[in-house]
Design a protein. Structure first.
Length: 154
């Protein structure tokens, strides 16, 4: 049971620390490249959701994020009562940790701190323009794992 609580907590604390580091180290607006330019570190304050959508309606974003996080937490609580379903539990742990970390940003600052982008080559040039944080990947991976885990059950 401890690991199922520890996963979301580790994501919240870890990504929170990464966001603080990004705010401190990348505040000058410069970009740092890693892995031969495949990963670029740069700071972005995103008041919206993915790709800046809904940035003019922060209250709606807070409400929707809170409701969705509550639904995920309720499902997580139900799953934790039973045995098995490791993929679905892991997925919800990732989703809740990542979602909570970004929600904390929104409540405290009014935006989410994003800090890296990926260069996946010419075929995926649009991906270079998207700036992420670790919580974003946790939410994405969590949704996939949850639905994969739940679909295996049926």
């Amino acid at each position: 049971m401890k690991r199922w609580i520890g996963i979301p907590l580790a994501i919240i604390l870890g990504d929170g620390a990464a966001k603080k580091c990004a705010e401190k180290k990348l505040a000058d607006g410069k970009t740092q490249e890693l892995f031969g330019g495949r990963v670029r570190l740069h700071l972005l304050h995103n008041p919206g959701v993915a790709l800046g959508a809904l940035k003019r309606n922060p209250k709606l974003i807070l409400v929707v994020n809170s409701v969705m996080l509550g639904i995920a937490a309720d499902e997580y609580g139900h799953l934790l009562k039973g045995n098995g379903e490791t993929a679905a539990k892991t997925g919800l742990a990732l989703l809740i940790g990542g979602g909570a970390s970004n929600l904390i940003d929104r409540v405290q600052r009014g935006y989410v701190t994003d800090y890296f982008s990926i260069d996946a080559g010419k075929r995926f040039q649009r991906l270079r323009k998207i700036v992420f944080n670790c919580s974003d990947f946790c939410v994405f991976a969590g949704v996939l794992l949850y639905f994969f885990g739940r679909s295996k059950r049926r």
